[in-house]
Design a protein around this ligand. Structure first.
Ligand code: GUN
Length: 295
C-alpha cells in the first residue's frame, strides 16, 4: 500500500484561518491576545523556530513581544524578565524557547512562569492537571499531533499506539494524553526508549507509531505493520552538499521505504511542525479568552 501523505501545512492553515477569525472577533471586544517569546543565545535551529512563531502570531493578529537575550544572560536576569512578563496584562502567553544554555536552570525558569500564561503547557501545574485529566494548557506538539490525527479521520479509541521517545516535550505528554478517558484519547499506549529491549517488535504491533526519538532512521520499513499510521516528529539536520545551506531536514522515519507500507504518513518538513505553532496560537487565544472571563 502506498500511503496518503498527511498535509500538516494544510491542516495548520485551516486551523489558523479559524483562529484568525476568532482573534478578529475578540478585537471587536477590545481584546488583543499577546504572546511573549524569550530566546536565550543564538542556536540557529531555535532562532528559526522562534522567528516562525513570531511570524505566525502576526499573521493571526496576535500581538507578539520579542525578547532575544545574549548567550551569557544570567539566571537572575532571565527570572526578572519572566516576572515582568507575568505581571504584564498585555501578555497572555509566555514561551521560553528550550533548550536553554547549559549554565541556566531550566526547571526553575519553567516553574516561575505563571501557569495561567504557560501556553507551552510545561509548568508542573499544567503537566499535573493534564495527567489527571483536568482542564489545562496542553503542550503544543502533542496536542498538534492529536488534532492532525483526528482531522485525518484516524480513530484513536482502542488503537494500539507506540511512542518512540520519552522526552518531556513530546514522548511523555503524548502518551499521557492518548490514554485519557476522552474523545482525544482512549488509546492503548506503549512507550519505547533507548533501554527498550525490542522496539521493532513493539512497533510491528502498532496501529499508530509516533516517532519522537530525535534520530534519523529510528523507524524503518521492517518495523511497520501494513496499513499503520505514521507520525514523524523528528527534525534532524543531515549534511547535504547539494543544498545551498549545506544540510537538509529529515525526520526519525525512513520516509521513502515506510510510505510504501503505511496507510497515512506525515512528511518532514510539512507534517507535525506547522501544527506545533498552530497549537501555540490556539493556547494564546484561549489564555486571552480566559483572562477576559470568556472561556
Ligand atoms: N523546543 C523545542 N520544542 C519546543 C516547544 O514546543 N516549546 C519551547 N518553549 N521550546 C521548544
Amino acid at each position: 500500500m502506498a500511503a496518503k501523505i498527511i498535509d500538516g501545512k494544510q491542516v495548520a492553515a485551516d486551523m489558523r484561518a479559524e483562529l484568525k477569525q476568532k482573534v478578529a472577533q475578540l478585537k471587536e471586544k477590545g481584546i488583543v491576545p499577546g504572546l511573549a517569546v524569550v530566546l536565550v543565545g543564538d542556536d540557529p535551529a531555535s532562532r528559526s523556530y522562534v522567528t516562525a512563531k513570531e511570524r505566525a502570531c502576526e499573521e493571526a493578529g496576535i500581538f507578539s513581544n520579542d525578547n532575544r537575550l545574549s548567550e551569557d544572560t544570567t539566571q537572575q536576569e532571565l527570572m526578572a524578565l519572566v516576572d515582568k512578563l507575568n505581571k504584564d496584562p498585555k501578555i497572555n502567553g509566555i514561551l521560553v524557547q528550550l533548550p536553554l544554555p547549559k549554565h541556566l536552570n531550566e526547571s526553575e525558569v519553567l516553574l516561575a512562569i505563571d501557569p495561567n500564561k504557560d501556553v507551552d503547557g510545561f509548568h508542573p501545574v499544567n503537566v499535573g492537571k493534564m495527567v489527571v485529566g483536568e482542564d489545562a494548557f496542553l503542550p503544543c506538539t502533542p496536542n498538534g499531533i492529536i488534532h492532525l490525527l483526528l482531522r485525518s479521520g484516524v480513530k484513536l479509541s482502542g488503537a494500539e499506539v507506540v511512542v518512540v521517545g520519552r522526552s518531556n516535550i513530546v514522548g511523555k505528554p503524548i502518551a499521557n494524553m492518548l490514554i485519557q478517558k476522552s474523545d482525544t484519547g482512549n488509546a492503548t499506549v506503549t512507550v519505547c526508549h533507548t533501554r527498550t529491549k525490542d522496539t521493532a517488535a513493539h512497533c510491528r504491533r502498532a496501529d499508530i507509531i509516533i516517532a519522537a526519538a530525535g534520530r534519523p532512521n529510528t523507524v524503518t520499513a521492517d518495523m511497520v505493520k501494513d496499513g499503520a499510521v505514521i507520525i514523524d516528529v523528528g527534525v534532524n539536520r543531515v549534511e547535504d552538499a547539494t543544498k545551498k545551506n549545506g544540510y537538509r531536514l529529515v525526520g526519525d522515519v525512513d520516509f521513502e521505504a515506510v510510505k510504501e507500507k503505511a496507510s497515512l504518513i506525515t512528511p518532514v518538513p510539512g507534517g507535525v511542525g506547522p501544527m506545533t505553532i498552530t497549537m501555540l496560537l490556539y493556547n494564546t487565544v484561549l489564555s486571552a479568552e480566559k483572562a477576559a472571563g470568556l472561556a
